[in-house]
Design a protein around this ligand. Structure first.
Ligand code: ADP
Ligand code: MG
Length: 277
């Protein structure tokens, strides 16, 4: 509740195009429950600075839960609990001394279904996260942020002449890039993407994949995908999650993406990446 009344603070470097230092996200021994239903068991994974890490595995194995733990959304579910640590460049994001808004500002999230505010203008959609995460910006700073964020999301050229039109008027693929721009506007260190292309056509998917190649130079990316070709195209690291025979979700195997697809160690990984499961 204290966060709601957070005084707005200026963050001067927001309006400057200095690259933010890239950050590594480290999950250690993450175990998670909904009530007494355990859904993750001791998941440890390093998501290196400047790389794209892909999380793959069948539905229900806890990938989305894991992502929500990485930006403190899991705790919004009343029945949810967890053990373990999440470190962003060595700093525990669950440290109670840090404000929740700060942790959320550092770690942005994009969902499967694009969710811009449909009636809100494209411009206002991009800056929507500023106030929520405690950032005050002048009109000029906002103009600059909007251009920079839309450029990074690969959408600027398509929308620069209609920034005052509603976000809901864009195509599905453009709406998803608008959501990426909205996440980027607060200069996060990590961008979490939960099946960001599952609701999109192949052309829009390709545009987003191309955008990610540039994006990873400014933000560490973690993506959940069911598309094995996509995992190979966009990621350098890969983790295979499984929740077999009533076991909670856990990582069977992780490492370099090319190695994992070319020479998986575990036969279950082999079957999954080859479409046999
Ligand atoms: P995935 O993203 O890999 O498909 P999820 O993280 O969505 O898996 O789900 C993992 C498990 O947690 C599933 O058994 C699912 O039913 C359960 N689960 C997910 N969200 C909730 C929730 N809000 N309340 C109770 N159970 C949930
Ligand atoms: Mg999911």
């Amino acid at each position: 509740a204290a966060d709601v009344h957070l005084p707005l603070t200026s963050i001067p470097d927001l309006a400057v195009d200095l690259p933010s230092p890239l950050a590594t996200l480290d999950a250690r021994g993450i175990t998670a429950w909904f009530g007494d239903h355990q859904v993750l068991d001791r998941v440890s994974l390093t998501m290196p600075a400047g790389e794209v890490t892909a999380l793959i595995g069948p539905s229900g194995c806890g990938k989305s839960t894991f992502l929500r733990i990485l930006n403190r959304m899991h705790e919004l579910v009343p029945s949810a609990s967890l053990a373990g640590e999440v470190l962003l460049d060595g700093v525990d994001i669950y440290d109670t001394g840090r404000r929740l808004t700060e942790a959320r500002r550092d770690i942005g999230m994009v969902f499967q279904k694009p969710n811009p505010f449909p009636a809100m203008s494209i411009y206002d959609n991009v800056v929507a996260g500023l106030k929520l995460t405690g950032i005050r910006a002048s009109r000029d700073e906002k103009d600059h942020l909007v251009e920079r964020s839309l450029t990074s999301a690969g959408l600027w050229k398509e929308v620069k002449d209609r920034l005052r039109q509603p976000g809901g008027g864009l195509s599905g693929g453009q709406q998803q890039r608008l959501c990426i721009a909205r996440s980027l506007a607060v200069k996060p260190k990590v961008l979490l993407m939960d099946e960001p292309c599952s609701a999109l056509d192949p052309t829009s998917t390709r545009v987003i994949e191309e955008t990610m190649g540039e994006l990873q130079k400014e933000v560490t990316i973690v993506i959940v995908t069911h598309n094995m070709q996509q995992a190979q195209r966009v990621s350098q690291q890969c983790a295979f999650f499984l929740a077999s025979q009533g076991q909670p979700g856990h990582i069977v195997e992780h490492g370099d993406t090319a190695e994992m697809f070319d020479a998986p160690i575990d036969p279950r990984t082999y079957d999954y990446v080859n479409g046999r499961f």
